[in-house]
Write a new protein. Structure first.
Ligand code: PEP
Ligand code: MG
Length: 577
Protein backbone atom coordinates (compact mmCIF):
# COMPACT_ATOMS: atom_id res chain seq x y z
CA UNK A 1 0.00 0.00 0.00
CA UNK A 2 1.25 3.48 -0.87
CA UNK A 3 1.87 6.21 1.63
CA UNK A 4 -0.94 8.56 2.57
CA UNK A 5 -0.37 11.99 1.06
CA UNK A 6 0.15 14.78 3.59
CA UNK A 7 -0.99 18.27 2.58
CA UNK A 8 0.76 21.30 4.07
CA UNK A 9 0.26 25.00 3.58
CA UNK A 10 3.19 27.33 3.01
CA UNK A 11 3.53 30.81 1.58
CA UNK A 12 3.82 31.16 -2.20
CA UNK A 13 7.22 32.62 -3.11
CA UNK A 14 7.91 31.88 -6.79
CA UNK A 15 5.24 30.67 -9.23
CA UNK A 16 5.30 27.32 -10.94
CA UNK A 17 4.71 23.68 -10.05
CA UNK A 18 7.35 21.09 -9.17
CA UNK A 19 7.10 17.41 -8.37
CA UNK A 20 9.76 14.80 -7.72
CA UNK A 21 12.26 13.47 -5.19
CA UNK A 22 13.49 15.77 -2.48
CA UNK A 23 16.80 16.44 -0.88
CA UNK A 24 17.42 18.08 2.48
CA UNK A 25 20.02 20.81 2.12
CA UNK A 26 21.34 21.47 5.59
CA UNK A 27 22.61 24.70 6.88
CA UNK A 28 26.32 24.16 7.02
CA UNK A 29 27.81 23.65 10.45
CA UNK A 30 28.84 26.93 11.92
CA UNK A 31 32.51 27.33 12.74
CA UNK A 32 33.13 27.29 16.48
CA UNK A 33 34.33 30.51 18.06
CA UNK A 34 36.66 30.70 21.06
CA UNK A 35 38.98 33.03 22.98
CA UNK A 36 41.89 34.95 21.65
CA UNK A 37 45.28 34.01 23.14
CA UNK A 38 46.78 36.67 25.35
CA UNK A 39 49.25 38.83 23.42
CA UNK A 40 47.63 37.88 20.10
CA UNK A 41 44.92 40.54 20.03
CA UNK A 42 46.49 42.69 17.35
CA UNK A 43 47.19 39.72 15.10
CA UNK A 44 43.65 38.48 15.52
CA UNK A 45 42.27 41.89 14.53
CA UNK A 46 44.48 41.88 11.44
CA UNK A 47 43.29 38.36 10.57
CA UNK A 48 39.70 39.51 10.95
CA UNK A 49 40.22 42.44 8.56
CA UNK A 50 42.00 40.20 6.03
CA UNK A 51 39.17 37.68 6.21
CA UNK A 52 36.56 40.43 5.70
CA UNK A 53 38.47 41.66 2.65
CA UNK A 54 38.77 38.12 1.30
CA UNK A 55 35.00 37.61 1.81
CA UNK A 56 34.29 40.85 -0.05
CA UNK A 57 36.54 39.71 -2.91
CA UNK A 58 34.75 36.33 -3.07
CA UNK A 59 31.38 38.08 -3.11
CA UNK A 60 32.45 40.44 -5.89
CA UNK A 61 33.60 37.41 -7.89
CA UNK A 62 30.24 35.70 -7.22
CA UNK A 63 28.47 38.90 -8.28
CA UNK A 64 30.42 38.99 -11.53
CA UNK A 65 29.70 35.32 -12.20
CA UNK A 66 25.96 35.70 -11.64
CA UNK A 67 25.97 38.95 -13.68
CA UNK A 68 27.75 37.21 -16.56
CA UNK A 69 24.89 34.67 -16.57
CA UNK A 70 22.54 37.58 -17.25
CA UNK A 71 21.09 37.93 -13.73
CA UNK A 72 21.81 41.57 -13.08
CA UNK A 73 19.53 42.03 -10.10
CA UNK A 74 21.08 39.04 -8.40
CA UNK A 75 24.54 40.33 -9.20
CA UNK A 76 23.51 43.49 -7.38
CA UNK A 77 22.56 41.43 -4.31
CA UNK A 78 26.07 40.03 -4.04
CA UNK A 79 27.55 43.41 -4.71
CA UNK A 80 25.51 44.64 -1.73
CA UNK A 81 26.87 41.68 0.28
CA UNK A 82 30.39 42.67 -0.65
CA UNK A 83 29.60 46.16 0.59
CA UNK A 84 28.40 44.64 3.89
CA UNK A 85 31.71 42.78 4.25
CA UNK A 86 33.51 46.07 3.68
CA UNK A 87 31.12 47.96 5.93
CA UNK A 88 33.24 49.26 8.79
CA UNK A 89 30.43 48.78 11.32
CA UNK A 90 30.24 44.99 11.04
CA UNK A 91 34.00 44.53 11.26
CA UNK A 92 34.61 47.30 13.80
CA UNK A 93 32.05 45.93 16.23
CA UNK A 94 33.81 42.56 15.93
CA UNK A 95 37.27 44.15 16.36
CA UNK A 96 36.07 45.87 19.53
CA UNK A 97 34.85 42.53 20.87
CA UNK A 98 38.29 41.00 20.21
CA UNK A 99 39.97 43.86 22.08
CA UNK A 100 37.52 44.30 24.92
CA UNK A 101 36.00 40.89 25.46
CA UNK A 102 38.85 38.64 24.42
CA UNK A 103 36.81 36.77 21.82
CA UNK A 104 38.58 35.30 18.82
CA UNK A 105 37.73 36.55 15.33
CA UNK A 106 35.20 33.78 14.63
CA UNK A 107 33.21 34.41 17.82
CA UNK A 108 33.49 38.18 17.44
CA UNK A 109 32.24 38.35 13.83
CA UNK A 110 29.42 35.91 14.61
CA UNK A 111 28.31 38.10 17.52
CA UNK A 112 28.61 41.28 15.47
CA UNK A 113 26.60 39.73 12.60
CA UNK A 114 23.95 38.41 15.00
CA UNK A 115 23.46 41.80 16.61
CA UNK A 116 23.26 43.63 13.24
CA UNK A 117 20.77 40.99 12.05
CA UNK A 118 18.67 41.31 15.21
CA UNK A 119 18.47 45.08 14.73
CA UNK A 120 17.30 44.65 11.15
CA UNK A 121 14.84 41.90 12.07
CA UNK A 122 13.23 44.19 14.66
CA UNK A 123 12.35 46.81 12.03
CA UNK A 124 8.74 47.19 10.95
CA UNK A 125 9.67 47.15 7.31
CA UNK A 126 9.45 43.55 6.01
CA UNK A 127 11.95 44.29 3.23
CA UNK A 128 14.60 45.49 5.64
CA UNK A 129 13.80 42.76 8.16
CA UNK A 130 14.40 40.21 5.43
CA UNK A 131 17.90 41.67 5.00
CA UNK A 132 18.90 40.24 8.37
CA UNK A 133 19.52 36.91 6.59
CA UNK A 134 21.96 38.71 4.32
CA UNK A 135 24.03 40.12 7.18
CA UNK A 136 24.20 36.69 8.82
CA UNK A 137 25.29 35.20 5.52
CA UNK A 138 28.13 37.69 5.17
CA UNK A 139 29.26 37.25 8.80
CA UNK A 140 29.15 33.47 8.32
CA UNK A 141 31.36 33.76 5.26
CA UNK A 142 33.94 35.82 7.15
CA UNK A 143 33.86 33.35 10.07
CA UNK A 144 34.41 30.41 7.70
CA UNK A 145 37.39 32.07 6.11
CA UNK A 146 38.85 32.70 9.58
CA UNK A 147 38.23 29.07 10.57
CA UNK A 148 39.67 27.73 7.30
CA UNK A 149 36.36 26.07 6.37
CA UNK A 150 34.99 25.86 2.82
CA UNK A 151 32.61 28.73 1.96
CA UNK A 152 30.87 27.07 -0.95
CA UNK A 153 28.43 25.29 -2.46
CA UNK A 154 25.75 22.69 -2.48
CA UNK A 155 26.07 19.71 -4.80
CA UNK A 156 23.08 17.84 -6.12
CA UNK A 157 23.35 14.74 -8.27
CA UNK A 158 19.77 14.28 -9.52
CA UNK A 159 16.90 16.62 -10.31
CA UNK A 160 15.24 17.24 -6.95
CA UNK A 161 13.12 19.57 -4.89
CA UNK A 162 15.53 21.27 -2.49
CA UNK A 163 14.15 21.32 1.04
CA UNK A 164 15.80 23.34 3.78
CA UNK A 165 15.14 25.10 7.04
CA UNK A 166 16.19 28.25 5.23
CA UNK A 167 18.60 29.09 2.44
CA UNK A 168 21.07 31.90 2.57
CA UNK A 169 21.26 34.02 -0.58
CA UNK A 170 24.72 32.72 -1.42
CA UNK A 171 23.61 29.09 -1.02
CA UNK A 172 20.64 29.80 -3.30
CA UNK A 173 22.82 31.42 -5.94
CA UNK A 174 25.32 28.58 -5.94
CA UNK A 175 22.76 25.77 -6.13
CA UNK A 176 23.18 23.73 -9.31
CA UNK A 177 20.15 25.20 -11.08
CA UNK A 178 19.95 22.53 -13.78
CA UNK A 179 19.16 19.97 -11.08
CA UNK A 180 16.65 21.95 -9.06
CA UNK A 181 12.98 21.23 -9.64
CA UNK A 182 11.76 23.50 -6.87
CA UNK A 183 12.56 24.98 -3.48
CA UNK A 184 10.66 24.30 -0.27
CA UNK A 185 11.68 26.15 2.88
CA UNK A 186 10.44 25.77 6.42
CA UNK A 187 11.37 29.37 7.13
CA UNK A 188 12.02 32.37 4.94
CA UNK A 189 9.64 34.93 3.51
CA UNK A 190 8.60 35.92 -0.01
CA UNK A 191 10.60 39.14 0.31
CA UNK A 192 13.84 37.42 1.41
CA UNK A 193 16.57 37.21 -1.18
CA UNK A 194 16.31 33.42 -1.49
CA UNK A 195 12.76 33.95 -2.79
CA UNK A 196 13.79 36.84 -5.02
CA UNK A 197 16.50 34.66 -6.53
CA UNK A 198 14.08 31.76 -7.04
CA UNK A 199 11.72 34.07 -8.92
CA UNK A 200 14.58 35.43 -11.01
CA UNK A 201 15.71 31.92 -11.92
CA UNK A 202 12.17 30.75 -12.62
CA UNK A 203 12.36 28.05 -9.92
CA UNK A 204 9.00 27.33 -8.23
CA UNK A 205 9.29 28.01 -4.49
CA UNK A 206 7.19 27.73 -1.35
CA UNK A 207 8.48 29.25 1.89
CA UNK A 208 7.34 29.35 5.53
CA UNK A 209 6.04 25.76 5.55
CA UNK A 210 6.98 24.92 9.16
CA UNK A 211 6.25 21.20 9.32
CA UNK A 212 7.73 20.26 5.94
CA UNK A 213 10.89 18.49 7.07
CA UNK A 214 9.16 16.40 9.74
CA UNK A 215 6.50 15.29 7.24
CA UNK A 216 9.14 14.43 4.63
CA UNK A 217 11.25 12.55 7.16
CA UNK A 218 8.19 10.53 8.19
CA UNK A 219 7.47 9.67 4.55
CA UNK A 220 11.08 8.64 3.96
CA UNK A 221 13.69 9.53 1.39
CA UNK A 222 12.01 7.48 -1.34
CA UNK A 223 8.84 9.61 -1.26
CA UNK A 224 8.18 12.41 -3.71
CA UNK A 225 7.01 15.89 -2.87
CA UNK A 226 4.85 18.23 -4.95
CA UNK A 227 4.78 22.00 -4.52
CA UNK A 228 2.77 24.79 -6.12
CA UNK A 229 4.73 28.05 -5.84
CA UNK A 230 1.70 30.04 -6.96
CA UNK A 231 -0.57 28.87 -4.12
CA UNK A 232 1.85 27.73 -1.41
CA UNK A 233 0.44 24.16 -1.42
CA UNK A 234 2.76 21.30 -0.54
CA UNK A 235 1.91 17.61 -0.81
CA UNK A 236 4.26 15.06 0.73
CA UNK A 237 4.06 11.58 -0.84
CA UNK A 238 1.46 12.56 -3.44
CA UNK A 239 -0.82 9.74 -4.59
CA UNK A 240 -1.71 9.12 -8.24
CA UNK A 241 -4.61 11.60 -8.18
CA UNK A 242 -2.44 14.36 -6.68
CA UNK A 243 0.33 13.65 -9.15
CA UNK A 244 -2.17 14.01 -12.00
CA UNK A 245 -3.52 17.21 -10.45
CA UNK A 246 -0.08 18.80 -10.05
CA UNK A 247 1.07 17.72 -13.51
CA UNK A 248 -2.06 19.32 -14.97
CA UNK A 249 -1.28 22.50 -13.05
CA UNK A 250 2.26 22.47 -14.43
CA UNK A 251 0.88 22.25 -17.96
CA UNK A 252 -1.60 25.07 -17.25
CA UNK A 253 1.17 27.19 -15.79
CA UNK A 254 3.30 26.72 -18.92
CA UNK A 255 0.28 27.47 -21.16
CA UNK A 256 -0.60 30.58 -19.17
CA UNK A 257 2.97 31.85 -19.52
CA UNK A 258 2.89 31.41 -23.26
CA UNK A 259 -0.63 32.93 -23.52
CA UNK A 260 0.55 35.93 -21.48
CA UNK A 261 3.44 36.40 -23.86
CA UNK A 262 1.21 35.97 -26.91
CA UNK A 263 -1.28 38.57 -25.65
CA UNK A 264 1.40 41.08 -24.64
CA UNK A 265 1.07 42.98 -27.91
CA UNK A 266 -2.71 43.49 -27.56
CA UNK A 267 -4.01 46.87 -26.46
CA UNK A 268 -6.02 47.06 -23.23
CA UNK A 269 -9.15 48.31 -24.95
CA UNK A 270 -12.72 47.82 -23.77
CA UNK A 271 -15.43 46.30 -25.99
CA UNK A 272 -16.71 49.84 -26.68
CA UNK A 273 -13.34 51.15 -27.73
CA UNK A 274 -11.92 52.92 -24.67
CA UNK A 275 -8.17 52.33 -24.48
CA UNK A 276 -6.34 52.13 -21.17
CA UNK A 277 -2.56 52.50 -21.14
CA UNK A 278 -0.93 49.79 -19.05
CA UNK A 279 2.38 50.74 -17.44
CA UNK A 280 4.79 48.93 -15.17
CA UNK A 281 5.94 49.55 -11.62
CA UNK A 282 9.62 48.73 -11.38
CA UNK A 283 12.15 48.84 -8.56
CA UNK A 284 15.36 48.31 -10.54
CA UNK A 285 16.31 48.99 -14.17
CA UNK A 286 16.66 45.25 -14.81
CA UNK A 287 12.87 44.88 -14.42
CA UNK A 288 12.26 47.14 -17.42
CA UNK A 289 12.98 44.47 -20.06
CA UNK A 290 10.56 41.82 -18.70
CA UNK A 291 7.89 44.51 -18.17
CA UNK A 292 8.14 45.62 -21.76
CA UNK A 293 8.04 41.99 -22.92
CA UNK A 294 4.71 41.56 -21.12
CA UNK A 295 3.31 44.60 -22.92
CA UNK A 296 3.90 47.56 -20.56
CA UNK A 297 3.77 50.79 -22.58
CA UNK A 298 6.16 52.58 -20.27
CA UNK A 299 6.94 52.82 -16.58
CA UNK A 300 4.35 54.52 -14.40
CA UNK A 301 6.39 54.18 -11.21
CA UNK A 302 10.12 53.62 -10.92
CA UNK A 303 10.73 53.31 -7.18
CA UNK A 304 14.26 54.58 -6.73
CA UNK A 305 14.82 53.55 -3.12
CA UNK A 306 16.84 50.48 -4.22
CA UNK A 307 19.68 52.83 -5.11
CA UNK A 308 19.73 54.31 -1.63
CA UNK A 309 19.22 51.31 0.68
CA UNK A 310 21.76 48.77 1.90
CA UNK A 311 24.81 50.92 1.50
CA UNK A 312 26.91 53.15 3.66
CA UNK A 313 27.34 56.10 1.26
CA UNK A 314 24.78 57.85 -0.94
CA UNK A 315 24.60 56.87 -4.61
CA UNK A 316 26.44 59.31 -6.84
CA UNK A 317 24.76 61.34 -9.54
CA UNK A 318 26.56 59.26 -12.18
CA UNK A 319 25.37 56.02 -10.63
CA UNK A 320 21.80 57.27 -10.56
CA UNK A 321 21.94 58.67 -14.10
CA UNK A 322 23.20 55.30 -15.36
CA UNK A 323 20.40 53.38 -13.61
CA UNK A 324 17.66 55.71 -14.87
CA UNK A 325 19.11 55.75 -18.35
CA UNK A 326 19.15 51.95 -18.44
CA UNK A 327 15.39 51.85 -17.79
CA UNK A 328 14.76 54.63 -20.34
CA UNK A 329 16.77 52.80 -22.98
CA UNK A 330 15.01 49.50 -22.25
CA UNK A 331 11.68 51.20 -22.97
CA UNK A 332 12.84 52.50 -26.34
CA UNK A 333 10.72 55.64 -26.59
CA UNK A 334 7.93 54.92 -24.10
CA UNK A 335 7.98 57.22 -21.06
CA UNK A 336 9.62 56.23 -17.79
CA UNK A 337 8.24 57.90 -14.65
CA UNK A 338 10.90 58.23 -11.99
CA UNK A 339 9.66 58.72 -8.44
CA UNK A 340 11.89 60.90 -6.27
CA UNK A 341 13.22 59.28 -3.12
CA UNK A 342 10.46 58.14 -0.76
CA UNK A 343 12.25 57.48 2.46
CA UNK A 344 11.54 58.44 6.04
CA UNK A 345 11.83 57.54 9.68
CA UNK A 346 10.61 54.01 9.01
CA UNK A 347 13.53 53.19 6.69
CA UNK A 348 16.83 54.14 8.36
CA UNK A 349 19.70 54.99 6.04
CA UNK A 350 23.11 55.24 7.70
CA UNK A 351 24.26 58.25 5.66
CA UNK A 352 20.95 60.12 6.06
CA UNK A 353 20.50 60.12 9.81
CA UNK A 354 16.95 61.03 10.80
CA UNK A 355 15.52 61.23 14.28
CA UNK A 356 13.32 58.29 15.25
CA UNK A 357 9.69 59.35 15.02
CA UNK A 358 6.65 58.31 16.96
CA UNK A 359 4.59 58.00 13.74
CA UNK A 360 6.98 57.72 10.81
CA UNK A 361 4.19 57.43 8.22
CA UNK A 362 2.95 60.81 9.44
CA UNK A 363 6.45 62.19 9.76
CA UNK A 364 9.34 63.61 7.77
CA UNK A 365 8.91 61.29 4.83
CA UNK A 366 9.51 61.58 1.07
CA UNK A 367 9.45 65.16 -0.29
CA UNK A 368 9.21 66.50 3.27
CA UNK A 369 12.86 65.54 3.68
CA UNK A 370 13.83 68.06 0.99
CA UNK A 371 13.44 70.97 3.42
CA UNK A 372 16.46 69.72 5.41
CA UNK A 373 18.31 67.84 2.68
CA UNK A 374 17.62 69.60 -0.62
CA UNK A 375 20.92 68.40 -2.10
CA UNK A 376 19.72 64.76 -2.04
CA UNK A 377 16.80 65.68 -4.30
CA UNK A 378 18.75 68.09 -6.49
CA UNK A 379 21.32 65.35 -7.18
CA UNK A 380 18.52 62.95 -8.06
CA UNK A 381 16.83 65.48 -10.32
CA UNK A 382 20.13 66.21 -12.05
CA UNK A 383 20.47 62.48 -12.76
CA UNK A 384 16.90 62.45 -14.16
CA UNK A 385 17.57 65.37 -16.50
CA UNK A 386 20.71 63.64 -17.72
CA UNK A 387 18.89 60.33 -18.30
CA UNK A 388 16.24 62.20 -20.29
CA UNK A 389 18.76 62.56 -23.11
CA UNK A 390 18.09 58.87 -23.85
CA UNK A 391 14.26 59.09 -24.08
CA UNK A 392 11.11 60.46 -22.47
CA UNK A 393 11.37 60.91 -18.70
CA UNK A 394 8.75 62.05 -16.23
CA UNK A 395 9.59 62.77 -12.60
CA UNK A 396 7.11 62.76 -9.77
CA UNK A 397 7.39 63.73 -6.15
CA UNK A 398 5.90 61.42 -3.51
CA UNK A 399 3.64 62.66 -0.69
CA UNK A 400 2.87 66.07 -2.17
CA UNK A 401 0.51 67.86 0.24
CA UNK A 402 -0.31 71.24 -1.28
CA UNK A 403 0.78 74.06 -3.58
CA UNK A 404 3.76 74.75 -1.29
CA UNK A 405 5.10 71.26 -2.01
CA UNK A 406 4.55 71.76 -5.74
CA UNK A 407 6.56 74.99 -5.56
CA UNK A 408 9.28 73.14 -3.64
CA UNK A 409 9.45 70.48 -6.38
CA UNK A 410 9.58 73.10 -9.13
CA UNK A 411 12.31 75.04 -7.30
CA UNK A 412 14.46 71.91 -6.82
CA UNK A 413 14.02 71.01 -10.48
CA UNK A 414 14.90 74.52 -11.62
CA UNK A 415 18.03 74.45 -9.48
CA UNK A 416 19.07 71.08 -10.95
CA UNK A 417 18.45 72.25 -14.51
CA UNK A 418 20.21 75.60 -14.04
CA UNK A 419 23.25 73.93 -12.47
CA UNK A 420 23.54 71.50 -15.38
CA UNK A 421 23.07 74.26 -17.92
CA UNK A 422 25.86 76.23 -16.18
CA UNK A 423 28.12 73.18 -16.38
CA UNK A 424 27.20 72.64 -20.05
CA UNK A 425 25.97 69.11 -19.38
CA UNK A 426 23.54 67.59 -21.93
CA UNK A 427 19.98 67.29 -20.60
CA UNK A 428 16.60 66.25 -22.00
CA UNK A 429 13.08 67.51 -21.26
CA UNK A 430 11.40 66.21 -18.10
CA UNK A 431 7.68 66.44 -17.23
CA UNK A 432 7.17 67.20 -13.54
CA UNK A 433 4.26 65.68 -11.65
CA UNK A 434 2.95 64.71 -8.26
CA UNK A 435 1.86 61.61 -6.45
CA UNK A 436 -1.54 61.90 -4.85
CA UNK A 437 -1.30 59.89 -1.66
CA UNK A 438 -2.66 62.24 0.97
CA UNK A 439 -6.45 62.65 1.15
CA UNK A 440 -6.20 66.40 1.84
CA UNK A 441 -4.07 66.81 -1.30
CA UNK A 442 -6.73 65.07 -3.40
CA UNK A 443 -9.47 67.21 -1.87
CA UNK A 444 -7.66 70.45 -2.73
CA UNK A 445 -5.74 69.50 -5.88
CA UNK A 446 -8.04 71.42 -8.21
CA UNK A 447 -6.46 74.60 -6.81
CA UNK A 448 -2.92 73.70 -7.94
CA UNK A 449 -3.17 71.07 -10.69
CA UNK A 450 -2.47 73.86 -13.19
CA UNK A 451 1.16 73.90 -11.99
CA UNK A 452 2.01 70.29 -12.81
CA UNK A 453 2.12 68.17 -15.97
CA UNK A 454 0.59 65.03 -14.50
CA UNK A 455 -0.56 63.28 -11.34
CA UNK A 456 -0.42 59.68 -10.18
CA UNK A 457 -2.57 58.22 -7.44
CA UNK A 458 -0.53 56.28 -4.88
CA UNK A 459 -3.50 54.27 -3.68
CA UNK A 460 -1.49 52.27 -1.15
CA UNK A 461 -0.81 55.32 0.95
CA UNK A 462 -4.05 57.06 -0.01
CA UNK A 463 -5.94 54.06 1.39
CA UNK A 464 -3.81 53.94 4.53
CA UNK A 465 -4.41 57.62 5.27
CA UNK A 466 -8.06 57.75 4.22
CA UNK A 467 -9.06 54.63 6.15
CA UNK A 468 -6.67 55.00 9.12
CA UNK A 469 -5.24 51.56 8.38
CA UNK A 470 -1.50 51.06 8.82
CA UNK A 471 -0.41 49.55 5.50
CA UNK A 472 2.04 47.15 7.17
CA UNK A 473 -0.18 45.79 9.92
CA UNK A 474 -1.45 42.28 9.07
CA UNK A 475 -4.07 42.46 11.84
CA UNK A 476 -5.95 45.10 9.84
CA UNK A 477 -6.41 43.07 6.66
CA UNK A 478 -10.21 43.24 6.88
CA UNK A 479 -10.12 47.05 6.85
CA UNK A 480 -7.59 47.43 4.07
CA UNK A 481 -9.41 47.50 0.75
CA UNK A 482 -8.85 50.39 -1.63
CA UNK A 483 -12.35 49.72 -2.95
CA UNK A 484 -13.85 51.36 0.10
CA UNK A 485 -16.42 53.84 -1.27
CA UNK A 486 -14.59 56.69 0.50
CA UNK A 487 -11.39 55.93 -1.43
CA UNK A 488 -13.41 55.55 -4.64
CA UNK A 489 -14.89 59.02 -4.03
CA UNK A 490 -11.41 60.49 -3.58
CA UNK A 491 -10.33 58.87 -6.85
CA UNK A 492 -13.43 60.19 -8.65
CA UNK A 493 -12.61 63.65 -7.35
CA UNK A 494 -8.99 63.40 -8.52
CA UNK A 495 -10.11 62.22 -11.98
CA UNK A 496 -12.54 65.13 -12.20
CA UNK A 497 -9.91 67.70 -11.13
CA UNK A 498 -7.33 66.27 -13.54
CA UNK A 499 -9.79 66.37 -16.44
CA UNK A 500 -10.68 70.00 -15.69
CA UNK A 501 -7.00 70.98 -15.47
CA UNK A 502 -6.24 69.03 -18.65
CA UNK A 503 -3.49 66.90 -17.06
CA UNK A 504 -3.14 63.13 -17.21
CA UNK A 505 -3.95 61.00 -14.20
CA UNK A 506 -2.65 57.49 -13.56
CA UNK A 507 -2.85 55.03 -10.70
CA UNK A 508 0.36 53.39 -9.52
CA UNK A 509 -0.69 51.77 -6.21
CA UNK A 510 -1.43 48.04 -5.93
CA UNK A 511 -5.04 48.81 -6.80
CA UNK A 512 -4.10 49.21 -10.48
CA UNK A 513 -2.87 45.61 -10.63
CA UNK A 514 -5.97 44.10 -9.00
CA UNK A 515 -8.30 43.18 -11.91
CA UNK A 516 -11.60 44.03 -10.16
CA UNK A 517 -10.20 47.29 -8.80
CA UNK A 518 -8.70 48.11 -12.20
CA UNK A 519 -12.21 47.92 -13.68
CA UNK A 520 -13.46 50.28 -10.97
CA UNK A 521 -10.66 52.71 -11.81
CA UNK A 522 -11.56 52.66 -15.49
CA UNK A 523 -15.18 53.24 -14.50
CA UNK A 524 -14.08 56.26 -12.48
CA UNK A 525 -12.34 57.73 -15.52
CA UNK A 526 -8.69 56.67 -15.00
CA UNK A 527 -7.02 55.84 -18.33
CA UNK A 528 -3.50 54.91 -17.21
CA UNK A 529 -2.79 52.05 -14.82
CA UNK A 530 0.65 51.15 -13.55
CA UNK A 531 1.28 47.81 -11.84
CA UNK A 532 3.77 45.07 -10.99
CA UNK A 533 4.74 43.25 -14.19
CA UNK A 534 3.10 39.99 -13.13
CA UNK A 535 -0.31 41.69 -13.00
CA UNK A 536 -0.26 42.99 -16.58
CA UNK A 537 -1.81 39.93 -18.32
CA UNK A 538 -4.80 39.58 -15.97
CA UNK A 539 -5.59 43.31 -15.98
CA UNK A 540 -5.34 43.43 -19.76
CA UNK A 541 -7.76 40.51 -20.03
CA UNK A 542 -10.21 42.10 -17.58
CA UNK A 543 -10.27 45.38 -19.52
CA UNK A 544 -10.61 43.69 -22.91
CA UNK A 545 -13.63 41.79 -21.59
CA UNK A 546 -15.37 44.87 -20.14
CA UNK A 547 -17.54 47.65 -21.55
CA UNK A 548 -16.52 51.16 -20.49
CA UNK A 549 -20.08 52.49 -20.34
CA UNK A 550 -21.07 49.65 -18.00
CA UNK A 551 -18.01 50.30 -15.86
CA UNK A 552 -18.92 53.99 -15.56
CA UNK A 553 -22.50 53.13 -14.52
CA UNK A 554 -21.23 50.56 -12.03
CA UNK A 555 -18.69 53.02 -10.59
CA UNK A 556 -21.43 55.63 -10.06
CA UNK A 557 -23.34 53.07 -7.99
CA UNK A 558 -20.25 51.89 -6.10
CA UNK A 559 -19.58 55.42 -4.82
CA UNK A 560 -22.73 55.00 -2.72
CA UNK A 561 -22.11 51.47 -1.49
CA UNK A 562 -21.91 50.82 2.23
CA UNK A 563 -18.62 48.94 2.27
CA UNK A 564 -15.59 47.94 0.22
CA UNK A 565 -17.02 44.43 0.00
CA UNK A 566 -20.21 45.65 -1.70
CA UNK A 567 -18.28 47.78 -4.18
CA UNK A 568 -15.82 44.99 -4.89
CA UNK A 569 -18.61 42.49 -5.53
CA UNK A 570 -20.04 44.71 -8.28
CA UNK A 571 -16.76 44.74 -10.22
CA UNK A 572 -15.80 41.14 -9.50
CA UNK A 573 -19.05 40.20 -11.25
CA UNK A 574 -17.76 41.97 -14.39
CA UNK A 575 -14.51 39.98 -14.57
CA UNK A 576 -14.09 37.38 -17.31
CA UNK A 577 -14.75 33.82 -16.13
C1 PEP B 1 1.47 54.10 -3.10
O1 PEP B 1 1.54 54.61 -1.99
O2 PEP B 1 0.41 53.69 -3.61
C2 PEP B 1 2.68 53.96 -3.93
C3 PEP B 1 2.61 53.56 -5.18
O3 PEP B 1 3.88 54.22 -3.34
P1 PEP B 1 4.59 53.22 -2.31
O4 PEP B 1 3.83 51.95 -2.29
O5 PEP B 1 5.99 53.08 -2.80
O6 PEP B 1 4.49 54.01 -1.03
MG1 MG C 1 3.29 55.71 -1.43
Amino acid sequence: MGLTPVRLAGVPAAPGVARGPWVHVRRRDLPLGGRVASGAVEDEEARLRDAANAAADDLMALSERVGAEGHEDEAAIFMAHAAMAWDPTLVEVAATRIREQGEDGVAAIQASGASAAAQLAALDDPLLAARSADVLDVADRIARILAGLPTDEVTLADPSVVVAEDLSPSMTATLPREHILGILLEGGSPTAHAAILARAYGIPAVVAAPAALAALAAAGSGADVAIDGGTGEVVVAPDADTVAEFDARAVLHALARSADAAEAGLAAVTTDGVEVTLLANIGTPAEAGPARALGARGVGLFRTEFLFLERSTPPTEDEQAAAYREAVEAFGGDPVTIRLLDIGGDKPIPYLPMPAEENPFLGVRALRLAHDRPEVFVTQLRACYRAAVAGPVKVMAPMVADAGDVMLLLALATRARDELAGEVVAIGPVDLGVMLEIPSAVLSADAWFGNVAFASLGTNDLTQYALAVDRGNPALERYRDAMHPAVLRLIAMAADSAARAGISLSVCGEMGGDPAAALALVGLGVRQLSMGTASLPAVRRAIRGATASTLAETAALALHDRSAAEARARFSALLPA
